[in-house]
Write a protein that binds this ligand. Structure first.
Ligand SMILES: Cc1cc2nc3c(=O)[nH]c(=O)nc-3n(C[C@H](O)[C@H](O)[C@H](O)COP(=O)(O)OP(=O)(O)OC[C@H]3O[C@@H](n4cnc5c(N)ncnc54)[C@H](O)[C@@H]3O)c2cc1C
Length: 403
C-alpha cells in the first residue's frame, strides 16, 4: 500500500518541501489555511503570511536545491545576485568587505521577492501530479497512535475534515497549531524589535552590492533587487516605534532616515515602496520530532532575520529530511518511523545550533552600546577585513555551505 505524507502549512517551506518529496517519488498532500488565488496572469502571488512584502536572500546552497528541482530558471528571472557585501557600523571607522570574486564564487547568494518565489512554487505544486494542495483548510488539532497520525481540520465554509497519515510534517509557522497539539514546549526570546521591510529606489545603481549597516536601532540590510536601482530594505526598530514609519504619509520621513543612516553610499534614496512590519523573536521548539510528526520551518525554529539565514536553514533541513524518508521508502520501511524521525532531528542539531547562535550573537553584539564593546567591534570589523581566514569563514556561513 502506498504510504502517505501530509504537510500542514503551504508557505515557503511547505511548498518547497512538497516539491522535494515529489521529486523523490513520494506523494504528498498539503493542507493550507489560506485560499490561494488562481494564477493565470504573469503576476506575483498576492501577499499573504508567507509570500508577503519581504525579499529573501537565498544562499548558494538554497540556489543549488532549487536547481536540483529544475526551478532555478524560473526563479532567476526575479532574483538579483549579491556580488559584494559591505559591513559597516554607524559612527565607527571599521568596514569589512566581502567580494564574491575573491572568495572564488559566482555570488554570495540571490535576492528574490517573496511574492515571486510564491508564484513559482505555487505554479509548480499545482502542476505536479504527485502533490495535492488542499487550500482554505485550517488544521485544528491532531493526535497519533502507533500506526497513524489523525488530523482534524475545518474548511473555509466550516465543514469539518478528518484525515490520517503515516507521516505528518508540520510546516505551519511560528505559532504552529500542530506543535501546540503535541504539547511541545518552546523557548522564546523577544528582541523587542520589529523589522520594517520594503523596496526602495536609489539614484546610484546597486552594482549587486549588499550593505549590512549596524546602527543603534539594529542591523540595517540593503540588498540588491532585480532592476539596477532597486534595493530591498530590512530595518529593525524598537517595538512600538514602527507606526511613525508606516503609511504613505511617512514616505519622506522614512527616506530621510535611511539617507541619514547610510550617508551617500547608495546615492540618494528617491522612492520607497509600502512598508510592512514584522515582530522579531526567536522561537525554538524543544523537540522537533514526536512519534510520526516532525516540525519543519518556522514551526521548528524561528530566528532573527539579521543575516538572512532562516529560510536557508529550513531548506537544508528539508533537504536532509527528504533523504531520510526516501531511504526508508527504498528499503520498504515505514516512512513515519519515529526512530528515523528522531535520527533526522538529531542529525540537524549541529547546523541549526550554529546558525541560531551566529544570528543571535550578531544581534546582541551589535545592539549593545557599551563603549568597551564598541571599541572591540570597531577593531573586530577592521581585523575581519585584514586577517586572512576570517572572511572566507563568514562568507561560507553566509552562503550556507558550512553545514
Ligand atoms: C523580515 C524578515 C526577513 C527575512 N529574510 C530572510 C532572508 O533573507 N533569508 C532567509 O533565509 N530567511 C529570511 N527570513 C526567514 C523566513 O522568512 C522564514 O524562514 C520563512 O518565512 C519560514 O517559512 P515557513 O513556511 O516555515 O512559515 P510561514 O511563512 O509562517 O508559513 C506557514 C504556513 O502555514 C499556514 N498555516 C498556519 N497555521 C495553519 C493551520 N492551522 N492549518 C493550515 N495551515 C496553516 C500559513 O497560512 C502559512 O502559509 C526572514 C524573516 C523575516 C521576518
Amino acid at each position: 500500500m502506498q504510504q502517505q505524507v501530509i504537510i500542514v502549512g503551504g508557505g515557503m517551506v511547505g511548498l518547497s518541501l512538497a516539491l522535494m518529496l515529489a521529486k523523490a517519488n513520494i506523494s504528498v498532500k498539503i493542507l493550507e489555511a489560506i485560499q490561494y488565488p488562481t494564477l493565470n496572469t504573469q503576476e506575483p502571488v498576492p501577499y499573504h503570511s508567507s509570500f508577503d512584502a519581504r525579499n529573501t536572500a537565498l544562499s548558494r546552497r538554497s540556489v543549488q536545491i532549487y536547481q536540483n528541482l529544475n526551478l532555478w530558471e524560473a526563479l532567476q528571472q526575479h532574483a538579483a545576485p549579491i556580488l559584494e557585501v559591505q559591513i559597516t557600523e554607524q559612527g565607527s571607522f571599521g568596514k569589512a568587505r566581502l567580494l564574491a570574486e575573491q572568495e572564488k564564487v559566482e555570488s554570495f547568494g540571490q535576492v528574490i521577492e517573496n511574492a515571486w518565489l510564491g508564484r513559482v512554487l505555487l505554479q509548480q505544486v499545482r502542476a505536479h501530479a504527485g502533490i495535492e494542495l488542499i487550500d482554505g483548510v485550517t488544521v485544528q488539532g491532531l493526535c497519533q497512535d502507533h500506526d497513524k497520525v489523525y488530523i482534524e481540520a475545518v474548511r473555509a465554509d466550516q465543514q469539518a475534515l478528518s484525515l490520517d497519515s503515516d507521516l505528518l510534517i508540520a510546516a505551519d509557522g511560528r505559532d504552529s497549531v500542530c506543535r501546540q497539539a503535541l504539547g511541545i514546549s518552546v523557548s522564546v526570546h523577544d528582541y523587542d524589535q520589529v523589522a520594517l521591510v520594503t523596496a526602495v529606489e536609489t539614484s546610484k545603481a546597486h552594482h549587486n552590492i549588499g550593505f549590512e549597516r549596524f546602527s543603534p536601532q539594529g542591523p540595517l540590510a540593503l540588498l540588491p533587487l532585480p532592476g539596477e536601482y532597486r534595493r530591498s530594505v530590512v530595518w529593525p526598530v524598537a517595538k512600538g516605534t514602527e507606526q511613525q514609519w508606516l503609511g504613505e504619509e511617512n514616505d519622506q520621513h522614512f527616506l530621510d532616515a535611511l539617507q541619514q543612516t547610510y550617508g551617500d553610499r547608495a546615492g540618494k534614496f528617491v522612492k520607497t515602496g509600502k512598508r510592512s512590519s514584522f515582530p522579531l523573536s526567536q522561537v525554538l521548539a524543544e523537540r522537533q520530532a514526536v512519534g510520526r510528526v516532525v516540525l519543519m520551518g518556522n514551526a521548528a525554529h524561528t530566528i532573527h532575520p539579521v543575516a538572512g539565514q532562516g529560510f536557508n536553514l529550513c531548506l537544508r533541513d528539508a533537504d536532509v529530511l527528504v533523504r531520510y524518508i526516501a531511504e526508508q521508502l527504498q528499503s520498504q520501511q515505514d516512512i513515519g518511523d519515529p526512530a528515523m524521525l528522531h535520527a533526522y532531528a538529531q542529525a540537524r542539531l549541529t547546523d541549526q545550533r550554529r546558525v541560531i547562535k551566529f544570528c543571535d550573537s550578531v544581534v546582541r553584539g551589535f545592539s549593545n552600546q557599551n563603549p568597551v564593546l564598541k571599541v572591540l567591534r570597531n577593531t573586530g570589523l577592521l581585523a575581519f577585513d585584514l586577517i586572512p581566514g576570517v572572511k572566507p569563514l563568514l562568507a561560507n556561513y553566509a552562503m550556507g555551505l558550512k553545514a
